[in-house]
Design a protein around this ligand. Structure first.
Ligand code: KDG
Ligand code: MG
Length: 402
C-alpha cells in the first residue's frame, strides 16, 4: 500500500503571498494544496506544519474522505477559516494525488464534464466613470462574457475594488491601510455607474457588482431595488453574513440576485442561507471551505434549493485552488459562474500549468490530477512578505466592515 511519506509547507510571495502544501507518497506521487488565508497566512502554515503534517505521515493517501473526517471531527475544535483552510489544502492535495494515480484529470473523478467550459467573470474598475467604461471595454475585447464593475466613490479615497496597477491587489501594505468609507456617497454614486455601463454597452453580457459587506439590510434592499433595471447577474455580499436572517429583508424588497459566501468556510455556515433560499449564488471555494470533498457537499445542498455556484477567485486564491475549483465547476450540475482575476506575472514563475482562458470560459488542464506544478527553486526568489488587507473607517472615525 502506498502511504503518505512527507508533507511540506511552502510560504512564498511571488507577486503576493501563497501558502502551498505538497504531499509526497511512498510511490513518489506528489499532490498540491493551496493553504492561503489572506493576511493570516502564517497561522495556517503553522496549523499545517505543527498540527496536521505529523498526523498525515504513514496514512493511506487514497482515503480522502476518511482523512477529511479525521482532521475535522478529530480536532474537536471545528470550523473557522484557519482550520478549514488547512483541511482544504490536505484534501486538495489528496485529490491531486488520486487523479495522478488514476491517470485522470480530477474533473473525471467527480463525474466528468457537465459543460464544455466554465463561465468566468473578471474585474473592471476605474478611478472615475470614463475610466471604468474604458476598462469594461477592455474586458469585453478580451472575450469576457461577464464583467464586474467597481468605481471609486468621488471624494472618498480608497474605494473597495478599484485597481491601481495591472492587477487588483487589495493586500498591498505591510500593516493594514486605513481607508475612509461613506455609505450615503456610495449609495448615490454606485447605481449611476452601473447604469452608465448598461447605457454604453447594452445587455449582451453579464454585469456584476461587489458591495463588499458595506450596507445594512435596509440599505442593501434600497440598493438592489434601485439597480433592478441594470439586470445585474448579482450584487455580492450586500451586507455582512453573520446575521443571515438579514438577507430575508433584502429578498423581500428586490429581485436583484444575491451572492454570498467567499468568507464562509463550511456547509453549516451556508446552511441557513441555502435552505431558506435567502441567496441565489454561493461563493464558497475549495481553498477556504474544506477542499473539493466539502465544497462538493455545499454545492449539492445548494442544488436542492436552486442556488447556483459562483466561487471566489481573487488573486489570493493560488493557481492550485483555482484549478481545483474549475475542475469542480466543470462537473457540478448547478454551476453558475467562476470569478477569475488572474495573477501577477511572478506567480506564473512559481506555479506552472493550471487553468486556461478562452472565449470567456476557463478550462482545466487535461493532465492527470489538477494539472499544476510548484517550482520550489523559483519560489526561493520570492521570500515571504507580510501584507494586510485594508481596514475601513467611516467619516466619523469609527471602524466599518471592509
Ligand atoms: O482576501 C479577500 C479578497 O479576496 C476579497 O476582498 C476580494 O471580495 C473579493 C472578491 O470578490 O474578489
Ligand atoms: Mg467579493
Amino acid at each position: 500500500m502506498s502511504t503518505i511519506e512527507r508533507a511540506e509547507v511552502f510560504v512564498a510571495s511571488p507577486g503576493r503571498t501563497f501558502v502551498t502544501l505538497r504531499i509526497t507518497t511512498s510511490d513518489g506521487v506528489t499532490g498540491l494544496g493551496d493553504a492561503t488565508l489572506n493576511g493570516r497566512e502564517l497561522a495556517v502554515a503553522s496549523y499545517l506544519r505543527d498540527h496536521l503534517v505529523p498526523l498525515l505521515v504513514g496514512r493511506d493517501p487514497a482515503r480522502v474522505e476518511d482523512i477529511w473526517q479525521y482532521l475535522y471531527r478529530g480536532a474537536y475544535w471545528r470550523r473557522g477559516p484557519v482550520t478549514m483552510t488547512a483541511i482544504s489544502a490536505v484534501d486538495t492535495a489528496l485529490w491531486d494525488i488520486k487523479g495522478k494515480t488514476a491517470g485522470l484529470p480530477v474533473y473525471q473523478l467527480l463525474g466528468g464534464r457537465s459543460r464544455d467550459g466554465v463561465l468566468a467573470y473578471s474585474h473592471a474598475s476605474g478611478t472615475d466613470v470614463p475610466a471604468l467604461l474604458d476598462d469594461v471595454q477592455r474586458y469585453l475585447d478580451l472575450g469576457y462574457r461577464a464583467v464586474r464593475a467597481q468605481a471609486a466613490v468621488p471624494d472618498v479615497g480608497g474605494t473597495y475594488g478599484v485597481r491601481k496597477g495591472a492587477i487588483y491587489e487589495p493586500a498591498a501594505t505591510a500593516l493594514p491601510e486605513e481607508q475612509p468609507w461613506d455609505t450615503p456617497s456610495y449609495l448615490s454614486f454606485a447605481p449611476t455607474y452601473l447604469e452608465a455601463v448598461r447605457d454604453r454597452f447594452g445587455f449582451g453580457f453579464h454585469l456584476l457588482h461587489d458591495v463588499h459587506h458595506r450596507l445594512t439590510p435596509l440599505e442593501a434592499a434600497q440598493f438592489g431595488k434601485r439597480v433592478e433595471d441594470c439586470r445585474l447577474f448579482w450584487m455580492e455580499d450586500p451586507t455582512p453574513a453573520e446575521n443571515q436572517e438579514a438577507f430575508r429583508l433584502i429578498r423581500q424588497h428586490t429581485t436583484t440576485p444575491i451572492a454570498v459566501g467567499e468568507a464562509l468556510t463550511s456547509v453549516w455556515d451556508v446552511q441557513h442561507l441555502i435552505t431558506e433560499q435567502l441567496v441565489d449564488y454561493v461563493r464558497t471555494t475549495v481553498v477556504h471551505a474544506g477542499g473539493i470533498t466539502h465544497l462538493r457537499r455545499i454545492f449539492d445542498l445548494a442544488a436542492l434549493y436552486q442556488v447556483r455556484t459562483g466561487s471566489h477567485g481573487a488573486t489570493d486564491l493560488s493557481p492550485v485552488s483555482l484549478a481545483a475549483n474549475v475542475h469542480l465547476d466543470l462537473a457540478v450540475p448547478n454551476f453558475g459562474i467562476q470569478e477569475y482575476m488572474g495573477h501577477a506575472p511572478e506567480t506564473a514563475e512559481v506555479f506552472h500549468g493550471g487553468v486556461t482562458f478562452a472565449d470567456g470560459m476557463l478550462h482545466p488542464a487535461e493532465e492527470p490530477g489538477l494539472g499544476v506544478e510548484y517550482d520550489e527553486r523559483a519560489a526561493e526568489r520570492f521570500p515571504y512578505q507580510a501584507r494586510y488587507l485594508p481596514v475601513a473607517r467611516r467619516l466619523d472615525g469609527s471602524v466599518h466592515d471592509w
